[in-house]
Design a protein around this ligand. Structure first.
Ligand SMILES: Cc1cc2nc3c(=O)[nH]c(=O)nc-3n(C[C@H](O)[C@H](O)[C@H](O)COP(=O)(O)OP(=O)(O)OC[C@H]3O[C@@H](n4cnc5c(N)ncnc54)[C@H](O)[C@@H]3O)c2cc1C
Length: 480
């Protein structure tokens, strides 16, 4: 019997678990995917928006500004790749300038600090590769960039270290309520709790329907496609560059990533299938054109991979984070579209507040561990100082064996990932925790070596090692 079951281990569910882990509360997180961050949290622009986009007075505006302010401290405590690099909304015309002035005013009403409209000369000094046709920009110094899945891993690992239990490949298909407790089931396994949080992202409407309390709006899946450029192109922008939004939407951005690459995208197209993360030729052309408008010098031939994410766009236009009106002690955290990532620390706090209002006893946890594990956070060899590298190799010679040449990830980094509080048991889980396979060659050199290390560390045959979960075997039989 748990106190709280959280459905979904995206950033909404993970941040809620992180928040609750500070208290003496017994929590389970159930996730349909094989890993944390299996949905929208895995593939997005990774921008910690400052908070001038959301309409004044909305929950989105409130939680975005607070989440952005909380992010730096969380990233520091848990050693998450994050940079407060600032953002620029670039204007090209008088109409754009009018819109930029409106965004500044809105941001100030929302409580965003330090917003400033800068003119062409200063813009060119800050970002020399921005188009010479630009005339002004809205500068938001509090905006940042973060690795979205690492943030989700970090807060989930902290929660797991403090006793939260995670159940993967657990797709909730039934929810029963007997007036006292909920029983949540995937058809095979059942768990019970007094309180439930629906943080199922694109599928939050399905969970509400399964409960018998349909959401009063629709969730529309809108796909966004991206290109990720090699680190050699990193000079093109040191802040997030947006075009001025128009009736057609937010437009394409060009931004550094927290890991030193350049990301270009996204477009926004409604799709029928919520899991449709395909990348199309038309989409790539669209984002290429958008990127060239902002930064004409950009060399798109340095692309190392392309991908897409799907937004859970709610027709109600705001985050819907509320107690169910029909069922006691059930919280919906639905419609968490952008800026859901930036807002996530504040969303976790807000959901915890609603649970407290419902009556959840939240006494502080004795012996709470602040970091990702009892031994601290996880620093890969590539991120260590020279002195730390020497000490690490002395203690464990596995740190001297480079497996991923592009990102300089060692055998010891990979073995550590396999034994972290939420263990990595597939090649993709190792990739997202360590960056092995995320560099220029995209795993061409290291994928089989990573599979061998998983096989050895988990003592399983090599042909049972999976790429991302069920039915994704990499090797089938020995040929010679
Ligand atoms: C293209 C794009 C760009 C974006 N850019 C930004 C940005 O720059 N900045 C920003 O702040 N935000 C951005 N966002 C928004 C941000 O990614 C989302 O708001 C955030 O990731 C939502 O997190 P979530 O946990 O609510 O949903 P998800 O990450 O989708 O998590 C929901 C989880 O629930 C699980 N689940 C679903 N059904 C079930 C079930 N039946 N049983 C158990 N588990 C289930 C899923 O597998 C999934 O892991 C962007 C989104 C997209 C797609």
């Amino acid at each position: 019997m748990y106190d709280v079951i959280i459905i979904g281990a995206g950033i909404t569910g993970s941040m809620t678990a992180y928040r609750l882990a500070k208290y003496n509360v017994k929590v389970a997180v159930v996730e349909a995917g094989t890993d944390v961050a299996s949905g929208s949290t895995r593939a997005n622009s990774a921008i910690v928006h400052a908070g001038y986009d959301a309409k004044e007075g909305t929950l989105k505006a409130k939680l975005n500004v607070r989440g952005c302010a909380m992010m730096e401290e969380i990233a520091k405590t848990l050693d998450v790749a994050y940079e407060k690099c600032g953002s620029l909304v670039v204007g090209f015309s008088d109409k754009d300038r009018e819109h930029i002035e409106l965004l500044k005013k809105r941001g100030e009403t929302n409580g965003v600090k330090g917003l400033r409209i800068i003119e062409k000369e200063e813009l060119m000094q800050l970002e020399p590769h921005v188009s010479k046709d630009a005339t002004c920009a809205l500068f938001a110094p509090s905006a940042g960039i973060v690795c979205p899945y690492d943030l989700a891993f970090a807060v989930s690992e902290n929660a797991a270290t403090n006793g939260t239990e995670f159940y993967f490949d657990f797709k909730v298909s039934e929810i029963d309520y007997d007036g006292q407790a909920y029983t949540v089931s995937d058809g095979n396994r059942s768990l019970s709790s007094k309180y439930v949080v629906n943080a199922a992202g694109l599928y939050a409407d399905d969970i509400a329907r399964i409960l018998g309390d349909p959401l009063p709006f629709k969730i529309i899946p809108r796909r966004g496609e991206y290109m990720l450029l090699d680190k050699s192109e990193g000079f093109i922008a040191s802040r997030t560059l947006f075009v001025t939004p128009s009736e057609k939407g937010k437009g394409i951005l060009v931004s550094p990533t927290a890991d030193g690459n350049i990301i270009v995208g996204p477009n926004a197209n409604e799709v029928d299938d919520k899991d449709d993360t395909s990348v199309t030729v038309r989409g790539l052309m669209e984002i290429s054109e958008g990127a060239k408008l902002l930064t004409p010098d950009i060399n798109l031939k340095t692309v190392i991979t392309s991908f897409a994410g799907v937004r859970p766009t709610p027709t109600c236009g705001d985050f819907y984070i509320r107690k169910s009106e029909k069922f006691r002690n059930f919280i919906h955290a639905a419609g968490i579209e952008s800026p859901g990532l930036a807002s996530s620390p504040a969303i976790g706090e807000y959901v915890a507040g609603l649970l407290k209002e419902c009556g959840l006893d939240m006494e502080e946890r004795e012996g709470y561990i602040k970091t990702r594990s009892k031994a601290g956070n996880f620093k890969t060899f590539a991120r260590m100082t020279d002195e730390e590298k020497v000490a690490a190799v002395k203690e464990n010679p596995g740190y001297a064996k480079i497996v991923c040449r592009c990102e300089k990830i060692t055998e010891a980094d990979i073995a550590n990932a396999i034994h972290r509080p939420i263990p990595a048991h597939t090649v993709d889980m190792v990739k997202r925790r360590t960056r092995a396979g995320m560099g220029r060659c995209q795993g061409g050199f290291c994928r089989t070596k990573v599979a061998e290390i998983i096989s050895k560390e988990l003592d399983i045959p090599l042909d049972e090692v999976k790429k991302f979960g069920n039915h994704s075997n990499i090797l089938f039989e020995r040929t010679k």
